[in-house]
Design a protein around this ligand. Structure first.
Ligand code: G3P
Ligand code: CA
Length: 314
């Protein structure tokens, strides 16, 4: 099945296939593993992020995996939402004008409508599409369960555990909720559903290590936004020794320090940089050329893109 082949490709550096059994090292003349196209928040260049249209379009455009960012409602339901708060991608300010929290940062106070302060029933009243374009007005915030149902069997899932500190402060066990959700859908464990590979991701090394320790049974990718703190091969190898499956560096880090790809591969880690979008290609002529540079010249295994249709499929 296509997704199983893709999962094997992304797992190839770690040499673990869909079955969870070790694969033999590739022969020198073996074809390169298929590179993996991860739709960042769905096909988010063309449809409002994390909505049903964004996920459907990502699959139509050939994404191998569709990313979810996860938040938790007041009543403990996982939802697909990038920010911890709702105001950027919904009309929460209109619907619940008084339900904000004031945050002060460096002397500046701002109002935020934290998803964790709203029940799922309240969040389902919000318009999560109109901000992007009138044709998407009325799209709802999706639960993780709904996202799984939408994507299952058509692509893999790549959920990110967001804001672990916020949820820890509030006594919310996000890792447990994710494990329960995967259990509920029969997606926990290596190759549980060969048509729907699952990879977890987080920017928090503590969360990554905790997920590994919980033996959820799916790979864990550690995202890297800090250009420092990993600057020896031994540190990178230490992540592999801790059971982490791969790294997800900001693309700018790899442009400055391309040796990180080699260190990761030597340690047996996959490399999945973020985020490639047609609206921001730096010095590259277009996003396809930019993605090709990372895949072919720098040798990454996969990448997150808002434009899965422009992925340079070979
Ligand atoms: O998770 C990979 C990439 O999505 C990280 O950035 O802020 O879009 O979640 P962000
Ligand atoms: Ca993300």
């Amino acid at each position: 099945m296509r997704q199983c082949v893709v999962a094997v490709a992304l797992a190839a550096v770690a040499m673990t296939g869909c079955s969870g059994t070790p694969s033999p090292p590739a022969a020198a003349d073996a074809p390169s593993p298929r590179k993996v196209n991860v739709a960042h928040r769905g096909a988010s260049a063309y449809a409002p992020e994390h909505t049903r249209p964004a996920y459907r379009l990502a699959i139509e455009q050939g994404a191998d995996f569709v990313e979810q960012d996860l938040a938790v409602t007041r009543d403990g339901i996982l939802i697909s939402l990038h920010d911890a708060s709702l105001e950027r991608t919904t009309n929460v300010e209109e619907v619940f004008p008084d339900r904000f929290t004031e945050l002060t940062d460096q002397g500046q106070t701002r109002r935020v409508w934290l998803a964790n302060d709203f029940t799922l029933a309240e969040i389902k009243q919000l318009d999560a599409g109109g901000w992007f374009g009138p044709e998407f007005a009325g799209e709802q915030v999706l639960t993780f369960d709904e996202a799984i149902a939408e994507i299952r069997g058509k692509a893999g899932l790549f959920p990110e555990l967001k804001a672990p500190e916020l949820y820890a402060e509030r006594g919310v066990d996000v890792e447990g909720l994710v494990a329960e959700a995967l259990d509920r859908h029969g997606l926990r464990g290596p190759g549980a559903d060969p048509g729907t590979p699952v990879i977890l991701q987080t920017f928090s090394e503590a969360t990554a290590r905790s997920l590994v320790a919980k033996a959820i049974g799916v790979p864990v990718v550690l995202l890297i936004s800090n250009p420092d703190g990993w600057d020896t091969p031994a540190i990178v190898a230490g992540w592999k020794a801790a059971g982490i499956h791969g790294i997800g560096p900001a693309k700018q880090i790899l442009l400055k320090r391309p040796e990180l790809v080699q260190w990761a591969h030597e340690a047996g880690l996959t490399v999945t940089p973020y985020t490639f979008r047609a609206s921001d290609t730096g010095t590259f002529p277009d996003v396809t050329a930019e993605m090709a540079h990372f895949l072919d010249t720098l040798g990454v295994d996969a990448l997150f893109t808002d434009n899965p249709d422009l992925f340079p499929r070979r």
